[in-house]
Structures are given as C-alpha cells and as structure tokens.
Design a protein around this ligand. Structure first.
Ligand SMILES: [Fe+2]
Ligand SMILES: [Fe+2]
Length: 477
C-alpha cells in the first residue's frame, strides 16, 4: 500500500470518526444522567438500580474526562450541551433530551460543572438539593446553589440568565398557550387577506401554529387544556370578532377531536379545517349570508388544490352551515344527512361559539354556555340536526358548566367564572371568584351544587383586567 493511499484513508475518516465518538459519548452521558435521575426518583437513594445507573454514568464520564478536567453540562434556553457539543434530538426515543431540557428549565440552571474528582455522593447530593428546592417554587436556583455549597459538593451550578443568551428564551407552557392563542387571532387576518387577493396562503406558518397547539393539548404534563378552553371562551380579542371566533373554533374542534380519538397525525388537519372555515368572511355583518361558504370553498380549493388537508378544509368551509342528503341536496330536518367526519366536529364547535358570543350587528343576546350546550343536545334529540356524536363529544369536552360560564357562588358574595371541567355532580372543578366589581379574587375548587349559572340576560362581560388575572392564575399554579 503506498504512503499516499494510507494518508488519504486516514484523512478521509479518522478525524470524522473521532468526532462521532465524542458526540456519541456526549449523548450517552446525558442519557446516563437522565437514567440516574429517573431511578433516584423512582426507587430512592439506596437501591440496586440507582447503583447500576451510577456505575454506568461514571464509566461514560471516564471517557469524557480523558481530554478535559471538567464536564460542563449546560442548557442555553434551547438546547442541551455537553462541553459545548450541542445535543439535538436525532431520532424518536430521545425523549429524555426533552425531559432534561424541562428539568434544567424548572431549576433555572444554565450550567452544571462536574470536576474530575466527582464522587457518586456528589450526584446524590445534587439530586437531593433539586428535590428539596423544587418543593418551594421561589428561588429554586439559589436554594440548590446554597445546598451544594453548604454540603461542600464538588458539583457546582450556574444560573440560566436569559439576557446573556442570544438564543430565544424558553417560555413555559402557560405562556405558550397564550402565545398560540394570540398568534391564531393575529395571523388569521393576514391569511384571510391573502386568500381574498388571490395570493398563496402561508400554510406552513398556519400548520406550525396548529401543530404547536396540538402538542400542547395532548401533553398531559403541561396541563394547559383548561387554560386553552378558557381562552376559547373569549368574545373578541382586540375587537376582532372573526379572528377570535376562528381561534376559538380551532381550540374547541381540536379538544373534541382528541376526545373522539382522532389519530394524532390527523389532528393538524382538523385544526386547520376549523381555523380556515370562515376565511372568506370579510365583514362580520355578512356572517349570516351563505356567500362566505361558497367563497371559502373557492379560495381554499383554488389556491391549494393539491394539499389533502386543504381539500378537506375547502369542503368544510363550503358546508359548515349546511348538511346534505345522500343526493347532494340540502337536507331537510329529519332526513338522513351527510357530512364529513371533520365537518361534523367543526360544525358543532362553530355553532356553540356563535350561540355563546356577541356578534357585530346581531341583536341576539348570547345564550349562556350551559344553555347553548343544552340547546345543541336538544337539537340532536328532536332531530333538528344529526350531529349526535359530536354534540355529545362537545358536552364531554366542556362538562356541565363549560369554561367561561359566569355563575353565582351560592351563599357567598362572589360571582364565579368557570375555568375547569365539571364532570359530574360529585366532582369539584376550578372556578375563579370575582368580587362585586368583577375583579379577580381567587380560584377555588367547588362542587357544581355550589354554583348557579346566571341567566343569559344577566350575563355581562368580564373586564379585560379580570381576564388577565384569571389567565395569570394558570401561570402560577
Ligand atoms: Fe361561517
Ligand atoms: Fe364560523
């Protein structure tokens, strides 16, 4: 073998392979760190599986220590890094990275420094510090730092400081819920304008928004469903009725689709269909006319005809105020009706939001939320329309007194705003207590027998600062 050939072989792969080995070690380290944390949480400190995880972690660290005297395990607000090597999720099954990001975020730690003379008890001490400090939400970082110093740990922590970081800051799930809602409202106008001027719709942006909404709604840990359903009871965000209506119908439709067991990969389609169903309304005063449904169909089918979700969205935009018989004619009450499954979802949520809101130009006093649910279910019963499953699913999503219901707290000088789901007569749910000036006072769990919804004529509007305080409660709990 010539010298030239040998050098080529070395140049071509050696350095690259070495990098790959180091990257793999960094991934293995974070997986082992996570495994230790998890087994400590599950089994306590004196357990064989903890000892096994600890041994594994030290074997991996030994390799990482070969060049450096310390391992810096850091979090920059977006990614985890081991000695400046960024750890990006590469495949499914690396959920531990997400859990670790949340872990660092929850304790406000930007960097954990592990020196070469670290001992297993340093790690035990560190996780004990985290456990103790996390019980008190205030100053979690300072408590961990203090604990480590008092106990002369070899491990040290640096605080995560947002302003020193160029990366976008991490927001917690409650902030994310509000941001998604705000984006849904604000982007709707832009989408609608583009559709009306024959420009392609920025579907990627819309899809991303809906995807984030889906992720948040199906994440059991984020506990944002009640928050989102309460947001979806807003009447008009920044005085824009149509955008707010679209955002509300999107959230309600997704909550219902989840309840009905729609597959995860199809949830974005449901969300998009709901979001775009009224895309052709240019003036809320025209909502009553059938014109916006025909126009909506033409916008969505013409502009993005090759996209499956858009075909479904176009159909729903066309039919969301009507039902058809099997011959394609508009159905008469009592006749067998035909819709698409997603259309059924959007129709019922659309109806519920319309019934419960003030709409510009309409003299109709909105129904109370429990009243609207009752009307929808009675409509199904007496054959006025056929959306049996979706109507029941709406009831199941919203409960006896839907989010946003204004009620009287019995035997107490408070009004209530329902922000949780009342599942039965025997289970309490969260209600925001408001004083006589409609100011937010506190949140308590109460039984349904302790509240009485106000009649629709007395259903006055909640002032914006009260809404704000209610939403902040979701932040702090
Ligand atoms: Fe409509
Ligand atoms: Fe609508």
């Amino acid at each position: 073998m010539s010298t030239e050939r040998i050098s080529k072989e070395i140049d071509g792969s050696f350095a690259g392979n070495l990098d790959k080995i180091v990257i793999e070690q960094c991934f293995s380290f974070s997986a082992a760190f996570f495994a230790l944390w998890r087994s400590l949480k599950m089994h306590g400190e004196n357990n064989e599986s903890v000892k096994h995880s600890m041994r594994n972690l030290f074997i991996i660290m030994k390799k990482l220590f070969s060049d450096e005297k310390t391992i810096r395990f850091s979090y920059n607000g977006t990614d985890l890094l081991v000695n400046d090597q960024r750890l990006k999720s590469r495949k499914t099954g690396e959920d531990y990275l997400e859990s670790l990001r949340k872990f660092f975020n929850s304790i406000s730690v930007g960097e954990l420094t592990i020196p070469i003379d670290v001992t297993p008890s340093d790690f035990i001490l560190f996780f004990r510090a985290v456990e103790t400090a996390s019980r008190n939400k205030d100053n979690v970082f300072d408590n961990i730092d203090g604990y480590l110093k008092t106990n002369s740990s070899n491990l040290s922590v640096k605080m995560f400081v947002e302003s020193q970081n160029e990366k976008p800051s991490v927001i917690d799930p409650a902030q994310m819920a509000r941001e998604i809602y705000r984006n849904l409202c604000e982007k709707f106008k832009e989408l609608s304008k583009k559709a009306k001027t024959d420009q392609p719709l920025p579907l990627k942006t819309a899809t991303r928004m809906i995807q984030s909404l889906v992720n948040l709604m199906i994440d059991q840990n984020s506990r944002q469903k009640d928050h989102l359903l309460t947001l979806a009871s807003l009447n008009s965000y920044r005085n824009d009725t149509v955008s707010t209506h679209s955002a509300n119908v999107t959230i309600l439709s997704l909550a219902m689709a989840i309840e009905l067991g729609v597959r995860k990969k199809d949830l974005v389609t449901v969300g998009l269909c709901a979001y775009l169903h009224d895309i052709a309304i240019d003036d809320p005063l025209n909502e009553g006319s059938a014109y916006h449904t025909e126009l909506g169909f033409s916008y969505l089918s013409r502009l993005n005809s090759l996209n499956f979700s858009m075909m479904e969205a176009a159909l729903i935009s066309a039919t969301h105020h009507d039902v058809y018989d099997f011959n394609g004619f508009k159905a008469i009450s009592g006749q067998k009706q035909e819709t698409t499954p997603y259309s059924e979802i959007v129709m019922v949520c659309d109806l519920y939001d319309i019934m419960t809101r003030w709409w510009p130009g309409s003299q109709k006093i909105p129904s109370t939320r429990p009243g609207a649910l009752h009307e929808i279910l009675s409509g199904v019963k007496n054959g006025a329309f056929d959306q049996t499953h979706t109507s029941r699913a709406l009831f199941s999503v919203l409960g006896m007194y839907p989010h946003g219901t204004v009620c009287k707290i019995l035997k107490q000088p408070y009004l209530g705003l329902v922000i949780g789901r009342f599942l039965s007569n025997y289970e309490p749910a969260e209600v925001a207590f408001l004083n006589e000036k409609m100011e937010f006072c506190k949140v308590e769990k109460v039984l349904p027998s302790h509240i009485k919804p106000l009649p629709s004529k007395e259903c006055f509007r909640i002032p914006p600062h009260t809404w704000q305080a209610v939403f902040e409660h979701f932040q702090n709990r």
